[in-house]
Ligand binder design. Sequence first.
Ligand code: NAD
Ligand code: TDX
Length: 341
Amino acid sequence: MGQTILVTGGAGFIGSNLVRFILENRPDDRVVNLDSLTYAGNLESLADFKDDPRHEFVHADIGDGEKLDEVMGRVDCVLHLAAESHVDRSIHDPSLFLRTNILGTQSLLDAVRRRGDSIGRFVYVSTDEVYGELPLDDKSQLFTESTPLKPNSPYAVSKTGGDMLARAYWHTYGMDVCITRCSNNFGAYQFPEKVIPLFVNKPIEGEQVPLYGDGSNIRDWLHVLYHCEAICRVLDDGVSGEAYNIGGNNERSNLELTKMLIELCGRDESAIKHVEDRLGHDMRYAIDATKIKRELGWEPTRSAWPAALEATVQWYKDNRDWSDRVRSGEYQRFYEQNYAK
Ligand code: NAD
Ligand code: TDX
């Protein structure tokens, strides 16, 4: 039987891909998409679902308990993605991150708790950054679900706070909670402050790309649609109280990634500008996703690296107008023009 799924942060990068994924792949389900439309929220990413009766958009903040009470009356389960998500911004404004990612998560958990048993599963979409960093010189080390949480940036601390709160509501109140911890995502509709869209837009426009430090930091890249599949798998079959790592087994140094991106944009290495490193820059993330593969049968099924990266670069080239409207600020008028009465 179909369910009504509350997706928070559904106007963001992963959220909009997830809403699209659910509407296209789970025909019996409906989505209530709740988002406060911060700078990172872009409803244009879901313009083709504006009039879909299975997609309801609610303009609200996860900190607004009254609004949440009204929405909770018509949903069956929750996928919680709304967050401040950019590490660099967290370095300059930690308090916003703590407010949204910890207190906002608490507000949402409390709203679910007030509904008692009428709401089923709550999935907290956490991140691999809760584990801190791994050394560059020992590739045998990977993050598993039992790796101690040791977040390094204000962003990572705020996500860890939300992650631990979600678990505490399972332990204390018996709520049905699962947690996912995914590695770096790439794909369509990512806000152009993040490295992949930034490093496509700049070379196309004849600018240099600002690579932090020497570029030796490593990230484990996963296409966003694999992440969406995994979140749905955890929603359907995850064990309550458990956390699941999600990752691509696809470690790339930033320098390797940068070289691939500028080549795909038709530029040579003169397009790379080494700039001052990010404060506290985590060296390496690498995920062991054995648990979700073994217990829930999740396996990435789409085309793998580098084809998925090439397709993503092509998407940004083909959708210049989407990026242009983000950068001009025009995207922020979409809600007003199409939804607000
Ligand atoms: P994003 O910044 O693109 O989107 C975040 C969305 O949350 C935006 O639409 C924004 O408007 C909304 N939002 C922010 N504050 C809100 C509030 N107070 N109330 C309601 N909505 C609010 O982020 P993303 O990259 O799509 O990440 C989504 C989630 O996945 C985050 O929780 C992030 O920590 C997690 N995550 C991201 C990655 C990644 O590589 N991007 C990897 C692992 C986990
Ligand atoms: O201009 C840049 N230059 C650069 O060298 C930017 C924006 C980034 N980088 C480097 C820093 C990182 O090592 O590229 C790498 C990726 O940076 P981001 O795209 O900012 O992602 P990251 O900091 O790794 O965090 C992402 O993955 C984990 C998401 O933004 C988080 O929300 C998620 O939890």
